[in-house]
Design a protein around this ligand. Structure first.
Ligand SMILES: *Cc1c(COP(=O)(O)O)cnc(C)c1O
Length: 392
């Protein structure tokens, strides 16, 4: 996994990292604030396991895990063993839940890294039980149940029998039941309540048997929008990174969140061109007037998607300017004809605040015809990530 390039930077003194001047500025204090939002909104006695899969949605799982540890996280969720290994190597000792289960061949790594896999079939439970052996204490696992997502998990009707069977295996211990909400981002949908209703009889039955487990349903949308789904542990993801899970209906500010990412670059060239000058690949853009065209050292290899052509605006000198022509792998053109102050070296904001303007992850997602999650996950591995401290 590519390691994030960590470069000290402060709000007052934004020195870009060496090399090509394009970087992400990630505000760890904002992440801590968003975590506190999740905690404040949580039903009592809920444990919080932030989801930092996919390199914390592209923002850098290690610095973010360290901030969230200090902010009071009870553990973390990741998708892959490699993601967990990077955290362990960085000295993160909190429990780590492995959301994608234990596919054949992962048993030893899961044991060595002391992970809590989310199992979704009988077979993987037997494999882990065998790999664990009797010499060590039983290994904590969670059972994934399909309450309505229809994607992965034990079917509900087989859950009671399977739970009883797997609960007898000596070398693993089922400590929790996990299910995932399919429609929680739609506050008008009745599916969320139904998913909870489908799980309830099983929870009641286990309670009668005197078995107490960890139960988890809620992602960010569940945390912010459906208190009844909180049960006793929560899996916040996107909200920690400063985007609303209810996109496009709300944005971060309405959910009490703070934006986390700024994406900054500099103008590396300015050219004066006549009217009717075709520019860039395919000559997709032709100037209508004598124009000043600025070049930015950022392209789709950095996650500045080709979908942004003809749609995105950027900010420079506290004004907005349009992206023009096709976005290429490493370069993007903007029209600064109306911004006389723009010059080589001018700072440009692709995402985040500049003056009274703000380009949010939600706005960029709309320009790209996607969701905020994908905007974050697309940030290129080669983009330096710079961190504003959390002061926790
Ligand atoms: C990614 C993921 C989450 C976090 O979802 P958000 O919508 O980002 O809060 C929670 N649970 C599971 C199983 C996930 O895969």
């Amino acid at each position: 996994m590519p390691q994030p390039i960590i470069w000290p930077i402060t709000v007052d003194n934004p020195i870009p990292p060496p090399g090509r001047p394009t970087w992400l500025e990630i505000d760890l204090a904002a992440i801590a604030h968003n975590f506190r939002c999740a905690k404040k909104g949580a039903a009592v006695a809920c444990r919080l396991f932030p989801v930092i899969k996919a390199n914390a949605y592209g923002l850098g799982s290690i610095p973010i895990a360290k901030t969230l540890t200090r902010a009071g996280a009870d553990g973390f969720c990741v998708a892959l063993v490699e993601e967990a290994a990077a955290l362990r190597q960085a000295g993160i000792h909190l429990p780590i839940v492995l959301l994608s289960g234990c596919t054949p061949g992962l048993e030893q790594a899961i044991i060595a890294l002391d992970l809590q896999p989310v199992l979704f079939d009988r077979e993987s439970a037997y494999r882990l039980n065998q790999a664990r052996g009797r010499d060590a204490p039983p290994m904590a696992v969670h059972l994934k149940v399909d309450t309505g997502m229809g994607r992965m998990g034990v079917p509900l009707d087989t859950l009671p029998a399977l739970f009883d069977e797997l609960n007898k295996l000596p070398n693993i211990q089922i400590i929790g039941i996990i299910s995932h909400l399919a429609c929680a981002d739609d506050l008008t949908s009745t599916e969320t309540a139904q998913q909870l209703d489908r799980l309830h009889p099983f929870m009641t039955q286990l309670e009668h048997q005197g078995i107490s487990l960890h139960y988890s349903l809620a992602n960010s949308a569940g945390i912010l929008g459906h208190k009844s789904t909180h049960l006793n542990w929560l899996r916040p993801g996107i909200m920690l990174y400063g985007a609303s899970p209810f996109f496009p209906h709300t944005q971060w500010s309405q959910e009490g969140l703070r934006p986390v990412v700024r994406w900054l670059t500099h103008i590396i060239s300015i050219r004066e061109v006549a009217a009717n000058t075709p520019l860039g690949y395919g000559h997709d853009f032709v100037t209508q007037r004598p124009s000043r065209i600025a070049l930015l050292p950022v392209g789709y290899a950095d996650g500045f998607s080709r979908q942004l052509q003809n749609r995105a605006q950027i900010l420079t000198h506290t004004q907005s300017a349009p992206v023009i022509g096709r976005i290429s792998m490493d370069l993007t053109m903007i029209d600064v004809t109306d911004i006389q102050a723009a010059t080589v070296g001018s700072s440009v904001t692709l995402l985040g605040q500049e003056g009274s303007w703000f380009i949010g992850i939600e706005a960029m997602a709309a320009w790209m015809n996607t969701i905020p999650y994908e905007v974050l996950c697309r940030f290129g591995a080669r983009l330096p990530r710079c961190y504003l401290p959390d002061y926790l």
